[in-house]
Structure formats: C-alpha cells, structure tokens
Design a protein around this ligand. Structure first.
Ligand SMILES: NC(=O)c1ccc[n+]([C@@H]2O[C@H](COP(=O)([O-])OP(=O)(O)OC[C@H]3O[C@@H](n4cnc5c(N)ncnc54)[C@H](O)[C@@H]3O)[C@@H](O)[C@H]2O)c1
Length: 367
C-alpha cells in the first residue's frame, strides 16, 4: 500500500461505490426474504429472547426475527462498550414493532425473573466484545462474559426452552484461527479466555442440567451498525474525514470477515438445525488481508490513504479463516456476501446512504 497524501482528496471523499454497478448488483443485504431461512420456527411463531439486543449483531437479529413473524424479547444492560444513544439507535427499527418487548437488565447483577417466561428460544449475544480493552478492564469482561452467562444458564435450567444459541468467537482459538471446530483452543487475550470459559460453562449445563444449548463461534462481523471500536468502522471514519490510519503490525494479517446478513442467517438456521452440545464456526465467504481492505475502502471513497504502522498489539490474531463445513452440513449455512461488496455496504451505511433502517438511527427509543 502506498502511503499518501492529501487532506484535500480525503475531505472530498465521496461515495463512488454504493450504487448498482454493471456486473455487481447491490442487493439489500438485510432483506428479510433473503436473510430468513423458512424453517426457523418449524412453521410456527417462536418467542425468542435475544440478550445483547441493543448491540451490533443483536439489533439485526431482532429485526430479522420480527420480520419473520416471531415475538422478540430484547434484553440489554447498556453496558459501557459504546455510547448508550448509539445502542438505543440500533434498536430503533425493532422498537416500534408490536411483537417487540424490551427488558433492561444487567445479566451479571439484576434479577432475571420474568425475562424467560414463555420463551422458546434464547440467543445469548450479550458480552463485552473487543479485545484490546480486555487487558485493562478484565473484571468487566469476567462479569459480562462469564458471570452473566452463568446467571443466564441458571435461569435457563428451569425454563422450558427448545434451544439456547450461545454466541462465541473465533478468539477462543488463539493467534491463528484457521480450520474447523476441532482446532485447539488457546486464546491469547483476556477476551478470548472469558469467551472460552463461557463456552465451557454452557457445555457443563448441557451435560449436567439438560439445557438445550448449542454454540456458534463467529468470525469478525462487519457491515451496517458495526461497533465504532472495530477496525473497518475506524478506517472508514478516518478515511472519509482525511485522517491517517493506524495499522497495528504489517497489515498482512487476514480475517475471515463475516457480513452481518450472513451472520444473522447462520444464527437463524442454527435455532432450528444446530445440534445440542455441538459447536459451529460461522465465518465469511473468503478472507480479507487488512492492507487489501484499506485499498478497497480508499478506492470506494475516492481517497488515498495515509497509513501509519504501529507495533502489533498483544492478543491480536494473525490469520483467521473459518472452515464452516460443519454448519453447512448441519443446517445449510453458506456465507453469501463477498468482502468487497460487504465493505461497500458498510461504507454506504457509514456515509448515511442507506436510509433509516441502515443509517445511524437518530430517534432513540425510550427503554
Ligand atoms: N462483532 C464481532 O465481530 C463478533 C465476533 C465474534 C463474536 N462476537 C460475539 O457476538 C456478540 C455480540 O457482539 P457485538 O459486536 O454485537 O457487540 P455489542 O457490544 O455491539 O453488543 C453486545 C451487547 O451486549 C450488552 N451487554 C454486555 N454485557 C451485558 C450484561 N452484563 N447484561 C446485559 N447486556 C449486556 C451490551 O450492552 C451490548 O449492547 C458477543 O457475544 C461477541 O463476543 C462478535
């Protein structure tokens, strides 16, 4: 990547990509018809509790389930991973839906009475995500990723659930996350350690208390509403505003990035099709090398990036590449969105070009 230049080009950043371009149609990435597998509820409306509902992934999942005719209880504690108005904005689409109800609870501390009443399926996304911060705020990660999971599992023991889908991460594998679910788990960050502990707890509750849980290991999700602490969000924001980018390491690290609609589709498929006690990788269609992603984003915005390389951070993964054959065989998971298109869709969202459902929501609901 040729580091370059000028604030002027950056300041005139424009959306040169978020339109339909000849050979590459721009689908609505989060179109419910595309996203929802038909058999999610085996033909009946489910009542689904989504923890972490106000987050990046959780808010999309709420909307997809509501669009599919299901009842959704969204639970979130507005834990300090990013500003509360941003999370309330994530929920704006679900908020006005007649089948949506919201429970504001800190899973690590608040009583959960009532939250699980009548629930068929739980998707447990609530967690402190993000790796660098986990070195400094370990207690918060233990509380939100381990204690919160244990308290939810206790609640689930007495609920008559059809399925608990526990959301984990490729970070449990360690420095490299390349291969299938049998790869050794050797996390190299406190975040990965707490997420692995949560997985082990889930499996202990499956074995000892019959909680019907399954585990999905997500690989680096991106797309509209991506958290502001995540790399592509930071890069797009810097490039469109003419700021230099900091790349930790040589930029040759690669990610099995998963576009949000693929992640949501895989999760919905798992509700019905995943086996209790099993673990599945949910990853993207093909890996992206970081320098390549920066080049694509820059091209798309019509700017030249100014890149500052900094030493790699402790706990950062080097390469991730999900083997998703098990998820494909068990519930038909197939990632669809190629990285270049996915990045364009995220850029379009960050530039506010995708309208109220995809842009940064402004009307915050009253939780
Ligand atoms: N985004 C990714 O790239 C990615 C990759 C792998 C795994 N995951 C996993 O997916 C899940 C969702 O990630 P995300 O990117 O949407 O994160 P997010 O921070 O946007 O959403 C998580 C939500 O959980 C809530 N939460 C945290 N602790 C809570 C608690 N104690 N009680 C109640 N609510 C609480 C937060 O307030 C937040 O709204 C997490 O479990 C994360 O580990 C995400």
């Amino acid at each position: 990547m040729a580091p370059a230049h000028s604030g002027t080009a950056a300041r005139s950043a424009r959306l040169v990509c978020a339109t339909v371009e000849g050979d590459q149609p721009m689908p609505s990435a989060l179109d419910p018809a595309d996203t929802l597998p038909g058999d999610v509820g085996d033909g009946r409306a489910l009542r689904v509790l989504i923890t972490g509902a106000a987050g990046f992934v959780g808010s999309h999942l709420c909307e997809a389930l509501l669009a599919g005719g299901h009842d959704v209880v969204g639970l979130d504690g507005f834990v300090v991973s990013c500003a509360r108005p941003l999370k309330e904005g994530n929920l704006a689409g679900a908020w006005s839906h007649p089948r949506f109800r919201f429970c504001e609870r800190d899973l690590a501390a608040d009583p959960l009475e009532g939250c699980l009443d009548g629930i068929d399926v739980v998707v447990h996304l609530a967690a402190m995500a993000g790796l660098p911060r986990s070195w400094k705020e370990y207690q918060l990660y233990v509380d939100c990723n381990v204690i919160a999971t244990q308290r939810l599992l206790e609640g689930c023991r007495n609920a008559s659930l059809a399925k608990l889908v526990h959301i984990s991460t490729s970070s449990v594998y360690g420095l490299d996350a390349v291969g299938d679910e049998t790869c050794p788990t050797r996390p190299v960050s406190p975040y990965g350690v707490t997420k692995l502990a949560a997985e082990r707890l889930v499996l202990a509750y499956v074995a000892n208390h019959g909680v019907p849980a399954t585990i999905l290991r997500l690989f680096s999700i991106y797309g509209p509403r991506q958290r502001p602490d995540m790399a592509y969000n930071i890069f797009i924001d810097a490039l469109r505003n003419g700021r230099p980018l900091t790349v930790f390491g040589d930029g040759l690290q690669s990610r099995s990035n998963t576009f949000i609609s693929d992640c949501v589709r895989g999760t919905l498929q798992a509700i019905h099709g995943a086996e209790v006690g099993e673990i599945y990788n949910i990853g993207g269609r093909e890996p992206i090398i970081l320098n390549q992603a920066i080049e694509w984003i820059s091209e798309c915005l019509g700017v030249s990036p100014v890149v500052v390389n900094a030493p790699g951070r402790p706990g950062d993964q080097r390469h991730t590449l999900a083997d998703t054959a098990k998820a494909r065989a068990s519930f038909g998971y197939r990632p669809r969105v190629p990285p270049r298109l996915g990045l364009r869709l995220q850029i379009a969202w960050q530039l506010g070009a995708t309208g109220p459902a995809g842009g940064r929501a402004t009307g915050a609901p009253e939780p």
